[in-house]
Design a protein around this ligand. Structure first.
Ligand code: XMP
Length: 533
């Protein structure tokens, strides 16, 4: 099918390209902190490019990145324990400004001769910090302010080469600075919103200590990426898998800008999509792109492979395998395709340990990469592999994609199969699709879609007794799952208004045959996950 689009802005409509994008770079050395990504995002919010690297990166590797500064993240270890992750001692001799956060501060102090020990009073949560020595690092920060702490260890004594800058009631060395080297340490977390002046402190480090100018812009990044795709692909053809989600749509939009109709897109209909999803993707695609779209009807194949399977992991495995087969069969029909474009994001790269100098196995392997194997024989193009999700959304907006795509909630690769518990059948999927459509319709009608991060229905293989009219019923249960999250690694259940939940419940029970009970999932992640399987 060939369709048209003109809403994607022309290259001239964005800010002038510059080659400065990554000239200023900060490296976050990851010691296993759950906040390493958040630190990197906070730095990028200040228009300074930032990457996460392994904690044991060598000074030579660092020099190759030419960073303006290093941030040593927090981490769960104790510096005085055997096997605790350490940085290369040579990094302190590079003359590059360093900021240590929590474990990072303890490591700096320990490496440079100070004493770290288990704190008598551990601090978790809010603490009141008092600035005891003014320094440019504390510019714009009041003498007394709140910070967020999460530590069991702390620096107990500093050598004469360190200066104490701030304290809390139980932590006499809450911030320190080296007197000779451009090295700072803070025991609290400036990257979390619970530290109200955290942003100011990070800005001070970037601009006052590291001398950054803050010239990194997403628009520059996009222009450079588009130009480099154009150059790399030259006259060849690129295949892009479309899922209907924001990531693949942004990849397609960038490629379209770069190479126009040398792009072919493939969308696999696995029969596990939401109600009307395929039509809406085709509709949006046709409004926004004037290039080749192949829709593969794979419903029978997928449902056939899922027949009788109840184990969640086995479902995922089979879906992944059939997806690759369908994709591969269709790709063979596209003449002259050399490249395959994927919407791999930066968190996918660092979580899978695939980044050069990346923190490898320190972060759990997450199952949302949805990647196609290299054995497909294509060269990969992954234009989003340096970006976070919120940056991808911004980029999508800059590229002219509509809000309906840019702000779409994520939808998992295995689709409704992981929301239809137990064996997946067409009949069950149809029930689930109807219930799910009502949930979405109602949240849109209440104007709350953008306020929530992910919302869907789950169908349980559980029957319960009910009464409808005067008759006894014995039917299925639907669960409504709605979460709020920044990064999908942790999430809290959304406090949806009771009236909205009541409306969803009434409509589902009245309108969806086979459902007589609706529950609302009030578990956060962790310990639950967002999806039920
Ligand atoms: P969990 O359930 O692990 O999900 O809390 C976190 C986020 O990832 C999405 N998800 C997936 N996305 N393939 C995907 O493309 C998958 O196999 C997959 N599993 C979970 C989930 O919807 C949520 O946004």
């Amino acid at each position: 099918m060939t369709v048209s689009l003109d809403a994607i802005q022309s290259p001239q409509s964005s800010a002038a390209p510059t080659t400065r994008a990554a000239e200023e770079r900060i490296l976050v050395l990851d010691f296993g902190s759950q906040f390493a990504q958040l630190i990197a995002r906070r730095v990028r919010e200040q228009h300074v490019y930032c990457e996460i690297v392994r904690h044991d990166i060598t000074p030579e590797q660092i020099a190759r990145h030419q960073p303006r500064g290093l941030i040593l993240s927090g981490g769960p270890s104790s510096v005085y324990e055997d096997g605790a992750p350490r940085c290369h001692p040579g990094i302190f001799e590079l003359g590059i400004p360093i900021l240590g956060i929590c474990y990072g501060m303890q490591l700096i102090c320990d490496s440079l001769g100070s004493k770290v020990a288990n704190a008598q009073a551990r601090e978790y949560g809010r603490a009141h910090v008092k600035v005891t020595q003014r320094d440019p690092f504390f510019d714009g920060v009041p003498d007394a302010t709140e910070v967020w702490m999460s530590h069991g260890d702390q620096v107990q004594e500093i050598t004469g080469e360190f200066v104490a800058l701030a304290r809390t009631e139980t932590c006499p060395l809450a911030a320190v600075k080296h007197s000779r080297l451009p090295v700072y340490g803070i025991q609290f977390h400036p990257e979390v919103t619970h530290t109200p002046y955290g942003k100011t402190l990070l800005k001070n480090f970037l601009f006052q200590v590291c001398g950054c100018r803050g010239e990194w812009k997403l628009s520059n990044f996009a222009e450079e990426a588009i130009a480099s795709i154009r150059q790399r692909v030259a006259g060849d053809r690129v295949i892009c898998g479309l899922s209907g989600g924001v990531d693949s749509a942004v990849v397609a939009a960038m490629l379209y800008r770069a190479i126009g109709d040398q792009l072919s897109c493939i969308m696999v209909d696995n029969g596990l999509l939401r109600k009307s999803e395929l039509d809406s993707v085709k509709h949006e695609f046709s409004r926004h792109f004037k290039t080749d779209l192949h829709v593969v009807d794979g419903e029978q194949r997928f449902l056939g492979a899922l027949a009788g399977v109840t184990d969640p992991q086995e479902k995922r495995r089979r879906i992944g395998r059939i997806f690759i087969e369908c994709f591969q069969d269709e790709a063979k029909k596209i003449q002259g395709a050399r490249y395959l474009a994927q919407g791999t994001l930066y968190p996918d790269v660092i979580e899978s340990g695939a980044a050069p100098d990346g923190p490898a196995a320190t972060i759990k392997l997450h199952h949302n990469v949805g990647g196609l194997p290299k054995e497909l024989g294509f060269e990969l193009i992954e234009p989003l592999r340096d970006l976070f999700k919120d940056e991808v959304r911004q980029l999508g907006s800059n590229l002219g994609l509509p809000d309906s795509i840019v702000w779409r909630h994520p939808f998992p690769g295995p689709g409704l199969a992981v929301r239809c518990l137990g064996e997946v059948t067409k009949a069950k999927l149809d029930v689930l699709r109807e219930a799910d459509a009502i949930v979405l319709e109602e949240v849109h009608a209440a104007g709350l879609y953008r306020e929530t991060s992910q919302l869907f229905a789950v169908l349980l293989p559980v029957q319960s007794v009910g009464v409808m009219g005067d008759a006894r019923t014995y039917e299925n249960t639907v669960v409504i799952r709605c979460v709020n999250t920044d990064d999908f690694m942790t999430a809290d259940w959304s406090r949806l208004p009771h009236e909205l939940l009541a409306k969803m419940s009434t409509r589902i029970i009245n309108e969806v045959n086979g459902v007589n009970r609706v529950c609302y999932d009030i578990s956060s992640k962790p310990p639950a996950t967002i999806e039920w399987e």
